[in-house]
Ligand binder design. Structure first.
Ligand code: HEM
Length: 414
């Protein structure tokens, strides 16, 4: 399965004039904001018909509707795929994000302890060390690419630690993550059937299968060890093993990476907030939540109705696809007044929905928040200002909201 094949549908609008929410360029330059605003107000349950690639699907754009459906496993299934496109039957990659219980819990439960608060407390200082290594290597008063030198550099280091993967080979993890998502490092796309992609994913299977043998003996507390030492994890077929490993790589990579990039752009526009981050934990926490809300690194998640489901007087039929647009719910003014405003003191900032809800709520949420807090706390200690030195290049995707590059310039704190 490729997680994002929407990039070549670039109209942003159907011939009827109705918005095309599968269009990758909808998210360029925040063009999605007025589109979602209009849908929330007049078509909160919006059906897109006869899409050339994805057929018909429903779009849910209001905060409370998204919440209600995300929590309703009896009426909606996550099976098969979490993006518009169905699982690729030629190259299936089953993963627990796209499974229902009991199978979902059988695979989620063994890796859960890795993300507990106690585990985060243990990891905090080693993550801080990685953050400091990355930030200390940055130049001041010259332009460089924040995405490459900070967002990717840091997430690849954390990923390697998560799997106890050889640090010097951490670029492999980023390459495989791109291949899963069919994206290129430059922000473009590759075809899911591209032989280079399948070859890279099989290479990932080969490398992780070898690592797995060394972890089977037990004792490790990294993600791979926890997965393969559990009953369900030990019995995974190769395609399921690969699917779940890739899910953990992608989930830990693209999302956090894009939040770190979004933060740089936010603090370039809000130097007064940046100046307070090192000293004020409330402002730091509020900023992290607001960056997640405004960026929504995963724009939507897909479900499929199990039963006829009535919403706003319309019926979603069993089997029909439903997209829950976190990128819209996070901008719902009935929950977040003046939603486009970055407000670290927003009283209900914690309600942001970038991590989803319910049984599939992001397992890595604590780790992501920890990484983001440490990046911004340590950055504010070292630098007095961060400026954008040119326009960022966005990723061509309607699923991942992110950046391929972002030229910035830093000023050292005196
Ligand atoms: C800013 C960073 C992140 C964002 C915005 C994010 C967002 C999400 C979202 C929206 C979901 C699906 C929720 C749903 O279906 O209701 C999810 C699931 C998941 N995320 Fe994250 N994520 C982030 C970081 C991470 C990290 C660092 C990891 C670590 C590996 C991770 C691991 C997972 C896993 C394993 C799932 C599947 C959970 C399940 O199906 O039970 N995520 N994430």
């Amino acid at each position: 399965m490729s997680m994002d094949r929407n990039a070549d549908v670039t109209a942003g609008e159907l011939s009827t004039g109705a918005p095309d929410l599968a269009a990758a360029d909808l998210f360029h330059d925040d063009r999605h904001l007025p589109v979602f605003e209009a849908l929330r107000s007049t078509h909160p349950l919006y059906r897109q018909d006869a899409h050339p690639r994805f057929g018909s699907f429903w779009n849910v754009t209001r905060y409370n509707d998204i919440l209600q459906i995300d929590l309703d496993d009896a009426s909606f299934t996550a099976e098969d795929s979490f993006v518009l496109e169905d699982m690729d039957e030629q190259f299936p990659l089953p993963m627990f994000l796209a499974m229902d219980d009991p199978r979902h819990s059988e695979l989620r439960d063994p890796v859960k302890p890795f993300f507990s608060q106690a585990s985060m407390n243990r990891m905090r200082e080693s993550i801080r060390q990685e953050v400091c290594t990355v930030l200390d290597a940055l130049p001041c008063d010259e332009t460089f690419d924040w995405v490459e030198q900070v967002s990717i550099a840091l997430t690849s280091r954390i990923l390697a630690r998560m799997f106890d993967y050889p640090m010097e080979e951490r670029d492999d993890l980023i390459r495989w993550s791109h291949m899963v998502l069919c994206t290129t490092p430059e922000g473009g796309t590759i075809a899911p059937e591209d032989p280079m992609r399948q070859q890279a994913l099989l290479e990932c299977l080969d490398v992780f299968s070898r690592l797995r043998k060394s972890r089977d003996a037990g004792g490790g507390d990294d993600l791979l060890s926890l997965l393969v030492q559990s009953g369900a994890g030990a019995r995974l077929k190769p395609s399921e093993f690969l699917g779940n490993i890739l899910m953990l790589i992608v989930a830990g990579n693209d999302t956090t990476r894009n939040s770190i990039s979004a933060g740089a752009s936010t603090f370039a526009r809000h130097p007064e907030v940046f100046a307070r981050l090192a000293e004020d934990p409330e402002v730091l926490r509020g900023s992290v939540l607001e960056i997640l809300r405004l960026q929504s690194p995963i724009a939507y998640i897909r479900r499929r109705a199990r039963v006829p489901y009535v919403l706003h007087g319309r019926v979603i039929q069993p089997g029909e696809k439903v997209l829950l647009w976190y990128a819209s719910g996070n901008m719902d003014p009935t929950v977040f007044p003046d939603p486009e405003r970055f407000d670290p003191a927003r009283p209900n900032a914690f309600k942001m929905m970038a991590f989803g809800f319910g049984k599939h709520r992001c397992l890595g949420a604590r780790l992501a928040e920890l990484q983001l807090s440490l990046v911004w706390q340590e950055a504010a200690k070292r630098f007095s200002a961060i400026e954008l030195a040119g326009p960022p290049v966005q990723v061509a995707s309607s699923f991942i909201k992110g950046y391929a590059s972002m030229p910035v310039r830093l000023t050292r704190a005196s």
